[in-house]
Design a protein around this ligand. Structure first.
Ligand SMILES: [Zn+2]
Length: 123
């Protein structure tokens, strides 16, 4: 069981299954929305319960991005075609026991930092 929340606490969530695919995303959308990059993992929708009102932004035709309307914390990413939801690892109350498994959309990463943690990278 993991618990997380936004910065102000208006939105909180509980994860009741083992988080899958912990990754750091360097895509342009995650960079813009988070201010840098976005670390997340996912579970089946049935294993994620959300309290509070999430504001959803349809960043593309295939997915939506959820954030707290009060403080702006970027908390969730949901592909319309999948029955899973990604949640922000940075929003979890620690310790989490989770280890990032990969960097994704590395081809879109900013030029102002290097990825040097030895974790596998995917373009
Ligand atoms: Zn908030």
């Amino acid at each position: 069981m993991h618990h997380g929340s936004c910065l102000c606490g208006a939105v909180s969530f509980a994860v009741t299954a083992a988080p899958q695919g912990p990754s750091v995303c360097h895509c342009g959308q995650c960079r813009k929305q988070s201010g840098h990059l976005w670390a997340s993992a996912y579970v089946a929708m049935a294993d994620l319960s959300i309290s509070g009102t999430v504001k959803w932004y349809a960043a593309s035709a295939t997915a939506k991005r959820g954030f707290c309307p009060s403080c702006g914390s970027f908390l969730f990413w949901k592909a319309h075609a999948e029955d899973t939801m990604s949640f922000a690892l940075g929003a979890l109350d620690g310790p989490t026991g989770i280890t990032v498994e990969k960097h994704i959309f590395v081809a879109d990463k900013g030029d102002y930092y290097d990825i040097a943690d030895g974790v596998p990278q995917k373009d």
